[in-house]
Ligand binder design. Structure first.
Ligand SMILES: [Zn+2]
Length: 597
């Protein structure tokens, strides 16, 4: 018996009001009553988001008859029993300019399937057909990695819409359907082949004279390096199991940064100033950060979209899903993202060492790494990493940044132990072969927590159980200085400033300077200052975000001096006595050892 597809249609019908109309047709609904729901979270972003709260209206009918719905919980509805095809229509508000949600205005539309497509329970594995309806009055095109159904024999308007990418798309099942975000509008586009596989980069937003050629050249080099990394013999692109091309969709704004990975595409946010302009000899400083983001999300095509923790195979999108392994899936990805920039020749060794030094400095600056392990940080992503506050640097460790240092530590350890015969690269390829390559071809299983140490030893012969116990489950720093020394690299700490310090992080609030974080055991903490305090004066000299910056006021003092600090805590003026600390050694410097040193 042939499985009937579940049908969806989506129309951006109210651009000014930011509303999509989305319909779902279930050909043979559950005769006991059909249940439908939206995901509570989107894979890759570990926070309950309740996308269903943006559903403004929902109604159901069967034939010409209205059918009653009742809500079961935050994101599910039950529809009263009916025979024959069931049609459900929703209007959905889309004004979330992030990689995780849905957005619509007169310039463009963007959506993730998790924000718009209801799941018909019991039909998870049925194929889906989605009709994207072109909005009236604008001449938009569609960009997505979802495969388009063959060209219809139809009217000139249908043909024109088809050419613009509107019309019918196919998905293998619901999990596939919600893993291909869609961009619509008139963006700037550049295409290239990497190892023979088609890639498309789409830039939405106002970006005059964007140097698309330069971006395509650099990104192509990064993609080819990664394709050859995972498949040294064939360089076969992983996403060809699900799509005909890979799509990078970037929303460009004044100042933004972020990305979310999918099986054959990624949604990115980037700042305009970080992108190269035509005719510019030297790319802007932030361009390397943008390429690092591109490299990171592309690496996820293998690591987390196909090689997955067992807890994500399959995803349960109704509730939090815990895994202690995000240090592998985000941490290793964070290690390889910059390393791939170096290996592809997009940056040189000097730039790579600087970037690595900054990353080490960042981890070193969080006292929370002594309180939480990366295994705990992974597990608590939902309630802690994704819900950070002013005290997070004192309480948490990042499974991204410390995870990347663990990857570096394991890489150096394996290289030393095997005299460079093996490295972490072999571990990644082993993971790919065992879990990733056939994930969407009927062999969906994931990495179990306890299996990692054994897997490393199987493919490299090195027993990493002790470093894993110390660095991952314990709270020890990765002994990078010693590991680097074995590889002829000198690591040392420098001070970035000669000024005394309060041991705080600050932020601007209008012309005021506010304490964002007070580091535990630091000068401000010992003196009684608190996060959210508004700095008023230091020894009677005003502090503001313009001419009297905290740095300029501190410059007249010396470490060890005791100063009076006036702050507003809420609306009350308070005075504290703070002993200024010596400038901290906060910058990690890496350089090749010379033979004489
Ligand atoms: Zn990531």
């Amino acid at each position: 018996m042939k499985t009937k597809p579940i049908l969806y249609s989506l129309e951006p019908f109210d651009l000014a009001g930011h509303r999509y109309r989305v319909a779902l047709t279930v050909p043979k609904p559950n005769p006991q009553g059909q249940t439908v729901s939206l995901p509570a979270w989107i894979p890759g972003s570990y926070l309950i988001r309740d996308f269903s709260r943006q559903i403004e209206t929902i109604s159901a009918r069967s034939g010409n008859r209205r059918v009653a719905l009742s809500k079961l919980d935050n994101h599910s509805w039950r529809i009263e029993p009916c025979t024959g095809p069931l049609h459900i229509t929703t209007t959905i508000y889309a004004w979330d300019l992030s990689v995780r949600g849905a957005h619509l205005d007169e310039t463009h539309g963007f959506f993730n399937g998790t924000s718009v497509f209801l799941l018909a329970h019991g039909f998870e594995e049925h194929p889906c057909l989605v009709t994207l309806i072109a909005p009236a009055l604008v001449n938009w095109r569609v960009f997505t990695s979802l495969p388009q159904a063959p060209q219809p024999q139809a009217s000139p308007k249908v043909i024109r819409d088809y050419v613009n990418g509107f019309g019918v798309y196919t998905a293998r099942n619901y999990d596939d359907l919600i893993d291909h975000p869609v961009e619509m509008g008139r963006p700037q586009v550049v295409r290239f082949d990497a190892c023979g596989a088609p890639h498309e980069m789409v830039f939405t937003g106002v970006i005059p004279n964007l140097d698309l050629k330069r971006i395509a050249r650099d990104v192509k080099a990064i993609c080819e390096t990664q394709l050859r990394f995972f498949e040294p013999d064939t360089a076969l692109a992983p996403f060809l199991d699900s799509a005909l091309k890979y799509v990078f969709m970037t929303m460009v704004t004044g100042d933004s940064y972020g990305g979310l990975e999918h099986r054959a595409s990624t949604a990115l946010m980037a700042g305009r100033k970080d992108l190269p302009t035509l005719g510019q000899k030297k790319a802007p400083e932030g361009y390397q950060t943008f390429l690092g983001l591109v490299s990171h999300e592309y690496f996820h095509t293998w690591n987390v979209k196909r090689i997955k923790p067992a807890a994500f195979a399959p995803y349960d999108l109704t509730k939090e899903t815990h895994t202690r392994l995000l240090w592998i899936f985000e941490g290793f990805t964070s290690y390889y993202d910059d390393l791939m920039l170096l290996r592809s020749g997009v940056i040189d060794t000097h730039a790579y060492m600087q970037t690595l030094g900054k990353q080490i400095s960042g981890v070193h600056a969080t006292p929370g790494r002594h309180k939480q392990s990366v295994a705990e940080s992974s597990f608590d992503a939902w309630s802690r990493y994704y819900k950070q506050d002013e005290n997070s640097p004192n309480a948490l460790v990042s499974y991204y940044t410390k995870g990347s240092l663990i990857a570096l530590g394991l890489d150096l350890t394996i290289r030393s132990a095997t005299n460079e015969a093996f490295s972490l690269d072999d571990v990644m390829r082993e993971l790919w072969g065992r879990f990733g390559r056939d994930f969407y071809q009927g062999a969906a299983s994931g990495l179990k927590e306890k299996a990692f140490v054994r897997l490393v030893s199987d493919c490299t012969g090195v027993n990493v159980s002790e470093p894993i116990a110390r660095w991952v489950y314990g709270r020890e720093d990765v002994p990078l200085r010693a590991l680097f020394a074995e590889h002829g690299i000198d690591m040392h700490w420098q001070t970035t400033s000669l000024l005394p310090t309060l041991d705080v992080r600050t932020r601007k609030q209008g012309d005021q300077v506010v304490l964002a974080t007070v580091f535990e055991h630091g000068a401000a903490h010992q003196g009684g200052l608190s996060a959210h305090d508004v700095l008023v004066a230091l020894d009677g000299v005003r502090i503001d975000s313009a001419n009297n910056s905290l740095e300029s006021v501190l410059a007249r003092h010396r470490p060890g001096e005791r100063v009076k600090v006036h702050v507003f805590r809420r609306d009350e003026l308070r005075e504290f006595s703070v002993k200024l600390a010596a400038p901290a050694q906060t910058l990690c410097q890496l350089k090749p050892m010379t033979s004489s040193s």
